[in-house]
Design a protein around this ligand. Structure first.
Ligand code: FAD
Ligand code: DHB
Length: 389
């Protein structure tokens, strides 16, 4: 098999890259280890920056998002027993859209199918070869168990944090920045009509909690938990009791999905070796508090699509040379913002009374100062894709 760009991973990064390349007349094949139904249903992120929503519209993927997505003009910070509204629209004139990651993924798969794009699900044993040459190859076993080889001009590693792509870069050329947080998020999806119109981020002395939603019938809720805890230790009654304690009034309903996610910050640099490029979670992870992960994956592939089209259509390597540095500037902005939000909102195990007072001072400042609230707002809605950062 041959293609111009071999893409490993059918998450938001890999699928959107394939779509953007198609719009520029570049052929790609997407290889995904999971089943299609699993990928379409995997519940994860929910917040689209205005930058991401605008890009999806621009590339013909906005119709269902504009019908079903929920536009939010701000968020509430809940602390000292009260709500404090951060009004994005007033502060920076932009909004966010709540639209599940799996809905973005479904729209992308459907768009690739309509364009007769090649998406191969349930592949195994993916391996990348000869990334230093201009004919890199991907070997894999297809869904029928047959060994296959995909000869490419470029390989895009969009296979998430646990994928093979990052591990295929020469490890001695890679710098890794890693930070693990002493807490995790327990997330649930509940069949309950949201009682609030917008997100609530709560700092409570028992720990962080987040009120979110997916639709007029579905609420999404998160609780800070100990990273050692297992989901079996959290029967539904315990989850609801803790949510009621930490958040303002909320409605209960049948729990449709629940899981625990560890929290870390991670950046690998550079994002390129020869003709292998990394994008999205394959290259970097942020803690979920700033809602940045999927948005960063989108920003990476927006850059990468332009860089690859210059290379493959015009034999101009300037943008592939600068891809890693340009993408990493936005990544570090998001790393810093996500770390700030995480530090401000979570209960820090072992924090001294002094540190707790500093945290409350930061929250009160953010809620009361236009300068501080504007900084949160411009980061949350997303810096323009062309911003120098
Ligand atoms: P992924 O979505 O991980 O996709 C990678 C794909 O590669 C997967 O389909 C995987 O199966 C496949 N794969 C892996 N290995 C191989 C292999 N060897 N061969 C072939 N295929 C392979 N982000 C936000 O922006 N906003 C939020 O509100 C938000 N909330 C979150 C809440 C939770 C609970 C979690 C877990 C994450 C959240 N994120 C959020 C982060 C966001 O979900 C990720 O950043 C996003 O999925 C990254 O997309 P990606 O395409 O880079 O990677
Ligand atoms: C959601 C997830 C986040 O990480 C966040 O910061 C806000 C909302 C969500 O899943 O709805």
């Amino acid at each position: 098999m041959r293609t111009q760009v071999g893409i490993i991973g059918a998450g938001p990064a890999g699928l959107l890259l394939s779509h953007l390349l198609h719009l520029r007349g570049i052929d790609s094949v997407v290889l995904e280890e999971r089943e299609e139904q699993y990928v379409r249903r995997r519940v994860r992120a929910g917040v689209l920056e205005s930058t991401t929503a605008d890009l999806l519209r621009e590339v013909g993927l906005g119709a269902r998002m504009d019908r079903e997505g929920l536009v939010h003009k701000g968020i509430s910070l809940h602390f000292d027993g009260e709500d404090h509204y951060v009004d994005f629209e007033r502060l920076v004139g932009r909004t966010i859209t709540v639209y599940g990651q799996q809905e973005v993924v479904k729209d992308l798969i459907d768009a690739r199918r309509r364009a007769h794009g090649q998406l191969l699900f349930e592949v195994r044993d993916t391996a990348v070869h000869e990334t230093g040459s201009d004919r890199p190859r991907i070997t894999f076993t297809d869904a029928e168990g047959r060994p296959q080889e995909l000869v490419c001009e470029v390989v895009a590693g969009c296979d998430g944090f646990h994928g093979v792509s990052r591990k295929s870069l020469p490890q001695n050329e890679l710098t890794v920045y890693d930070h693990t947080y002493p807490f995790a998020w327990l997330g649930i999806l509940a069949k309950a009509a949201p009682v609030r119109d917008e997100l609530v981020y709560a700092n409570h002395e028992r720990g962080f909690a987040l009120y979110s939603m997916r639709s007029p019938e579905i609420t999404r809720l998160y609780l800070q938990v100990d990273p050692e805890e297992r989901i079996e230790q959290w029967p539904d009654e315990r989850i609801w009791s803790e949510l009621h304690t930490r958040l303002p009034a909320l409605a209960e309903g049948p729990v449709l999905e629940k899981g625990i996610t560890a929290m870390r910050s991670f950046v690998a640099s550079p994002l390129r070796h020869g003709r292998l490029f990394l994008a999205g979670d394959a290259a970097h992870i942020v803690p979920p508090t700033g809602a940045k992960g999927m948005n960063l994956a989108v920003a990476d592939v927006w850059l990468l699509a332009s860089a690859l089209s210059e290379l493959l259509l015009h034999n101009n390597s300037a943008l592939v040379e600068s891809y890693s540095d340009t993408a990493l500037r936005r990544v570090w902005r998001a790393e810093h913002f996500s770390w700030t939000m995480t530090s401000m909102l979570h209960r820090q195990p072992g924090a001294t009374p002094f540190e707790r007072q500093l945290q409350l001072a930061q929250l009160r400042y953010t809620a009361s100062s236009t300068a501080a609230a504007t900084s949160l707002a411009e980061n949350y809605v997303g810096m323009p894709l062309t911003s120098p950062l």
